[in-house]
Design a binder for this molecule. Sequence first.
Ligand code: CP3
Length: 342
Amino acid sequence: MENSLFIKACKRQSVERTPVWIMRQAGRYLPEYRAIREKYDFLTMCKTPEIAAEVTIQPIEIIGTDAAILFSDILVIPEAMGMHLEIIESKGPIFRNPIRNAEAVKSLQTAGLFERLQFVMQAIKLVKERLNGKVPLIGFAGSPWTLATYMIEGKGSKNFEIVKSFIYQQPEAAHELLQKLADAVVEYLNAKIQAGCDAVQIFDTWAGILSPADFEEFSLKYIRYICENLQTNGAPVIVFAKGIRYFKRLADLKCDVLSVDWTHELGQVRAEIADRKALQGNLDPTVLFAPREKIKMEVERILRSYGEGSGHIFNLGHGILPNTPVENVKYLVQCLKELSAR
Ligand code: CP3
């Protein structure tokens, strides 16, 4: 896959046009996804390699993106550690017995994690067979901090009061949990690369809720540990820390790409990090609800902002929303392919 547009752009090699994929591209905005989702619950889809492979490939065929991302969820790791997980339509993920003390951290089952996650590796093998070299496959994991927010809060949150109380009141237990998760993520991503993933992305969706000092202590430290312990065999590593302003600190990570949310100018981030990493992003997902002229304008603006030279992977600044019109997504991809041709 070294010659694919996506992998070349991740490595800042020159490409004939900007590659594009979309965070959460396998999901509810696609009628073909919803048709399968009507028959199975979300976790059954994740755990059935045939189904996971099918929905992974759907956006490649329907939308024409330049990379596939394995259909799964970041929360399969806490589930495999013994936490009971439910994903409820329109409510999101729920852990009915969230972690609230040191004993709960100690009781997480880290031994044998990978036997319990074999369904992921099987799905990767199936996807690679079916893609047959057409586009690369991205594997992913949540950052320890983002995983911990769900494991401690028990569900999505507005103010993150419970998880923040936990790290301030029980810092030792918090660090023990984060380190357990960091070790699990290293092993998990290494296994995904071994199974055939061509690149991996670490999602730190909730990076931006921490102060700069707390971000260093409770999140970045563990992302750094993961990046330093991955055996990539040349597979690019992408780090997405949403809501973060300190790109210089992220540029010191042993990774290849920084994914940028839509509140930044790509050109400014690029200058700030002196071109040390490729950049991914960063269309506001809600622009896909706008008229075509606006979508086109935003694509032009983002391409102009990044500027000349390679090292840009087009994406949204966060996951695509479930009500997004499919025609607009197709238009976006077509527009990007035309406008970025060199
Ligand atoms: O990008 C892709 O297409 C790959 C699949 C993917 C999913 N979740 C599928 C999914 C990826 C990369 C994720 C990552 C993920 N999961 C993150 C980090 C990235 C982000 O978007 O912030 C987080 C925080 C989660 C946890 C999670 N899982 C939430 C908050 C939700 C509910 C959100 C929603 O849209 O309902 C899920 C469920 C989930 N994960 C769905 C999908 C397609 C929707 C499930 C359904 O079909 O009902």
